[in-house]
Structure formats: C-alpha cells, structure tokens
Design a protein around this ligand. Structure first.
Ligand SMILES: Cc1cc2nc3c(=O)[nH]c(=O)nc-3n(C[C@H](O)[C@H](O)[C@H](O)COP(=O)(O)O)c2cc1C
Length: 183
C-alpha cells in the first residue's frame, strides 16, 4: 500500500539541528517523509544534505524551482512545519511567502491539505506583538498550532532545549488531525 506523504518543513530554529529525529519519528508512524528546509536551515544541513536525501529517499528542497523545472517531490498528504521559527511564523502570518517552505505550507492550508506547526522560539522573540497576531492568523486558516513546553516563547533566551523537541508528539497530533480534525 502507498504510504501517505508528509512534507516535514524545518526552519532555522535550534531543533532543526536534529530534524533527522523528526524524519525518523514520522517514518516510524508510517509516513513517506519529504524534507523541506528554509534557506537558513539548509545552511545548517549543507554538510549532511546527501545523508538526509538518503534517509528520506527524496531530494531535500529549500529553494523554489525554476519555471521550467518539474516537481521532484510527490504530492503531500499533510505538512508539518517543525520547528517553526518566529521569522517564518511572522512572514507566514503577514502573507509573505518568500521561501519555498512558507509557500508550500501557506498554500496547502487553502488546498485542503492538513497543516500542523510547532513553534520554537524564546521569550524575547515571542514577546514581539506580531507573534500573537501571526499565531491567531494561522489558526484562523485552520493550521493546527501545537503549544506546550516548547511552545511560543516558552523559554528564556539561551535556555532552549533543542534536543528535547517533541517530534513524536507533533507526529502524533498530525495523525489525529487527519483522522478527527485534531481533537
Ligand atoms: C544557532 C541559532 C539558533 C536559533 N534558534 C532559533 C530558534 O530556536 N527560534 C527562532 O525563532 N529563531 C532562531 N534563530 C534565528 C533564526 O535562525 C532566524 O530568525 C532566521 O532568520 C530564521 O529564518 P527561517 O525561518 O527562514 O529559517 C536561531 C539562530 C541561530 C544562529
């Protein structure tokens, strides 16, 4: 049986260093995972990009394709933006999709593709007034935003726990989003 396709979209927030753990958690839950990185996150993974392509079985994408290029990834059944940086959150909330990562997720939310997002940023970043507005705008569009101990602005600067990012919980919530609308 063909597996459902998950676009795991990671921004340059601390836990993106361990996005391979997110890929494995989603694979264990039965997803065919395609990894999409913001251009900033792609810089972090540049030395190990081939490893990620091998792990997922798909090219890792981080840039919009050129007009004459074909899509290299299968169509997504769902998308998970994790970790979501404050920068990507605020651009998305403002309707700016200048990265492939935001472009895919923001359009998916209006194409009937379930989208979940797990923010990860510190209290100082989360205190920007734009953050609360952007979170509300995403929720208004049906995006499942997962809060929690790693949630928006939860930790003081320099005290995040990127290794403790809740990959399995995010994948579980995404599964519930597909089966019962996230309840
Ligand atoms: C080592 C490092 C860790 C960072 N961690 C975070 C983070 O956890 N959350 C966040 O919102 N930004 C974090 N940033 C800042 C983002 O990388 C920066 O805002 C960037 O523009 C995000 O772009 P992107 O959302 O397109 O990936 C971090 C930057 C560095 C260099």
């Amino acid at each position: 049986m063909t597996k459902p396709v998950l676009y795991l979209i990671a921004c340059a927030a601390g836990p993106a260093q361990y996005v391979d753990e997110g890929v494995r958690a989603a694979q264990e839950a039965g997803w065919d995972v395609c990894l999409v990185l913001t251009p900033s996150a792609a810089r972090w993974w540049e030395p190990r990009m081939a490893e990620m392509a091998e792990l997922t079985g798909h090219p890792v994408r981080s840039q919009y394709k050129l007009p004459w290029e074909k899509d290299v990834l299968p169509k997504a059944s769902a998308m998970l933006v994790a970790p979501m940086s404050s920068t990507t959150l605020n651009k998305w909330g403002a309707g700016i999709s200048d990265t492939l990562a935001i472009g895919l997720a923001s359009e998916a939310a209006h194409l009937g593709v379930p989208v979940a997002a797990v923010p990860h940023f510190n209290q100082a970043q989360g205190a920007q007034p734009a953050v609360a507005r952007s979170l509300a705008v995403l929720r208004e569009q049906g995006v499942l935003v997962l809060d929690g101990p790693q949630g928006p602005g939860a930790h003081p600067p320099e005290q995040g726990d990127p290794r403790g990012f809740p990959w399995a919980r995010a994948v579980g919530a995404l599964g519930r989003l597909l089966t019962d609308g996230g309840r």
